[in-house]
Design a protein around this ligand. Structure first.
Ligand code: PRX
Length: 650
């Protein structure tokens, strides 16, 4: 195999320094980087000391690659740190969660109220026979009770396995069976784009083949019988009924720092999802520390992360990190375009959201919907913006900066993964200038590098993203498959270096640009090109809303580039526009990146978490049978694309 050198062709020279007032008062200062570099273990230990431990640790780190143990011998409880810790001081009656339903309903739970709910529910599931170490599946819409259920598990030492509510019953079955969950917590339904999502009915389909499940606890979303569902006597119980009988006193279980906190399944290169295992002490220290500095958290903030609790972003940056910091978290049930496309901006204005964290795919949707929507609202409460989940093209970054941040709010582009548990690369907003499209520097305490195939460091240039030292919130293993854990993440180089699976470019200032998964890399005439770079170039053209690029077999070049493009507004694609866009890419990057083919499509196939599924596009582009479509949000989209492509070819 040739060197994993991407042709880093994208030129980005804009730099945005932190606004002076922001920098002057920032939680994360430049000194933090020096402090961590001087003694990384001490850095993490100092932050661990800001939390409450029942027993102190004897050793900060025991590293037997690829197995790390952090805060060895220490004992603590995550729910205690996210709740009880705040009750003795002024946060006692501060809002912990402000929730808004899609239908406009609102609920606020103070730290005291959330604590009581969590204790009640912890006792309720204990009475169903759940004990420390048992697995609890949670399949919920974005309701406060999802947070209650997670924190209640953490309180009694049960291991939660949250399955995104948009996953199919089959996916739920697999995830329950792989970790042999004892109970399932779900809801009769929720609202999504004005429609009822009947989740319990979906769960029932999954439950037909989950022998380990003894009980199903069902949260009632609306009024009695508002959401149709059947309760199986003896197995199914209403949340509000079991809560009534449950006592409110519930001691937080003393957990070993390395006891498992949760399992979260994520897709890998094979068809079988991987159960990522996170433990108690390190995960909490990691998410607590990164939330504090990356989001510059303050007592008065209203912090909104638009992710679903079913993903790692929801776990780490809706629940554990912010609550460990005593922050006020805003949580929204529904779709961004209901009842109108300006719903998010209406929320920001009404709730005076000050920190807003979302995904580039959402930002590109906002762009497509038009500048006038955010312009209709007063967004002056915002002071910090964030992105996560995929590379953000500089054009979307600039749009976000101008139209949402009014050129006033720093943007943190946060690179991390389900596996890393917490943010790894992002420039602290008050400490370092931001460059559009670059995640920036590794966080204090994180050792990220770019390596070549042989493991030599690439100081400036492109290669494979790797982490050379363990970090507290790293995954510990894969549930039931330690060998796959070692193979997937630690076998690429010397057995102690974590292989992230992403390509990255490091510029002369030490900024990392994430180039996308290495399996999405194209090789055109011997030149390796990150799909994201071509996509950025396409999206850079004002007519393009979104683009996805894949490789197709090409007689002469090895691989050619096929671009799937959705246009802004009501624009229709024609031959002339096709040529114009090819030309645009050639101009922006170079002739080698000129797409062979451009296919216009109303929608691109995406996972339910919003990631474009390039694998499926490759199948379409190469005329193969479609691969696994179970995680696709709308399987019809890919079929439509295939028809378009075949029409074009034919
Ligand atoms: O390819 C990277 C991309 O998302 C992958 C991790 O996906 P997941 O485990 O689902 O977690 C998503 C939320 C943390 C990474 O391997 N990714 C994530 N954040 C970024 C990113 N790519 C570029 N820039 C980011 N900020």
């Amino acid at each position: 195999m040739s060197d994993p050198v991407f042709s880093d062709l994208l030129k980005e020279e804009r730099v945005f320094a932190p606004p002076p007032a922001f920098a002057a008062d920032a939680v994360g200062t430049p000194a933090l980087y020096q402090r961590a570099a001087a003694d990384p273990l001490k850095f993490w230990e100092d932050h661990a000391s800001e939390l409450e431990w029942f027993e102190p640790w004897q050793q900060v780190l025991d590293w037997q690659p690829p197995h790390a143990q952090w805060f060895v011998g220490g004992r603590l409880n995550v729910s205690h740190n996210c709740l009880d810790r705040h009750l003795a001081g002024p946060r006692r009656n501060k809002a912990a969660i402000i929730w808004e339903g899609e239908n406009g309903e609102q609920r606020t739970l103070t730290y005291l109220q959330l604590h009581r709910q969590v204790c009640h529910f912890a006792n309720a599931i204990k009475s169903l026979g759940v004990v420390k170490g048992d697995r609890v599946a949670i399949y919920m819409p974005m309701l406060v009770e999802a947070a209650v259920a997670m924190l209640a598990c953490a309180r009694i030492g049960a291991i939660h396995n949250v399955v995104f509510g948009g996953f199919s019953p089959d996916s739920l079955t697999d995830r329950i069976n792989d970790s042999r969950c004892k109970i399932l917590v779900t809801a009769d339904g929720g609202w999504r784009r004005g429609k009822q999502l009947l989740l319990k009915n979906e769960a029932d389909l999954a439950l037909a083949s989950t022998p380990s499940i003894d009980h199903v606890v069902v949260v009632r979303r609306g009024a009695e019988d508002e959401f149709a569902c059947t309760m199986r006597p003896g197995r199914d119980l209403w949340y509000h009924e079991i809560m009534l009988d449950a006592p409110v006193e519930c001691r937080a279980e003393s957990m070993d720092a390395e006891d498992v906190l949760f399992i979260l399944y994520t897709s890998g290169t094979t068809g079988k999802p991987k159960g990522i295992v996170h433990t108690t002490g390190g995960y909490l220290v990691g998410t607590y520390t990164t939330s504090k500095y990356v989001f510059d958290l303050r007592e008065t903030d209203i912090y909104w992360c638009t992710a679903d609790v079913g993903w790692i972003t929801g776990h780490s940056y809706i629940i554990y990190g912010p609550l460990a910091n005593g922050a006020t978290v805003f949580m929204y049930e529904g779709a961004p375009n209901y009842p109108k496309h300006d719903r998010f901006w209406k929320i920001v204005e009404e709730h005076q959201v000050s920190i807003f964290y979302t995904a580039p795919t959402a930002i590109r949707a906002f762009m497509k919907w038009g500048d006038e929507l955010p312009a209709r609202h007063d967004l002056s409460s915002l002071r910090l913006l964030g992105t996560v989940g995929e590379p953000i093209n500089p054009e979307a970054w600039m749009w976000y900066h101008q139209n949402i941040g009014s050129e006033r709010c720093p943007i943190v582009d946060t690179w991390w993964q389900t596996e890393t548990g917490g943010i790894m690369i992002a420039n602290l907003p008050g400490a370092k200038p931001q460059k559009p499209g670059f995640a920036g520097h590794p966080l204090p305490g994180i050792s990220a590098v770019v390596l070549d195939e042989d493991g030599s460091e690439i100081a400036t240039g492109s290669g494979l993203l790797a982490i050379t030292q363990p970090w507290p919130s790293m995954l510990r293993t894969l549930w039931g498959d330690d060998e796959r854990f070692r193979q997937t993440y630690f076998s690429r180089w010397d057995g102690s270096i974590y292989f992230a699976g992403d390509g990255a470019k490091r510029d002369k200032d030490g900024y990392f640009m994430i180039l996308g998964r290495v399996d999405d890399v194209l090789n055109v005439s011997g030149h390796r090109i990150g799909t994201m770079e071509v996509e950025s170039a396409l999206v850079d053209n004002p007519v393009v809303a979104e683009a996805a690029v894949v490789g197709c077999a090409h007689e002469l070049k090895g691989q050619g580039i096929v671009a799937f493009v959705s246009l802004r507004g009501k624009l229709a694609g024609d031959e002339e526009l096709r040529d114009k866009l090819k030309q645009h890419v050639a101009k922006k990057i170079g002739a080698i990146a000129r797409p062979e083919e451009i296919i216009f499509a109303a929608d691109l196939p995406k996972t339910r978490s919003g990631k474009i599924m390039r694998r499926l596009l490759r199948d379409v582009a190469e005329g193969r049978a479609l691969g696994d479509t179970t995680t696709l949000a709308d399987p019809a989209v890919v079929e439509k694309l295939r028809t378009l492509y075949e029409d074009k070819e034919g």
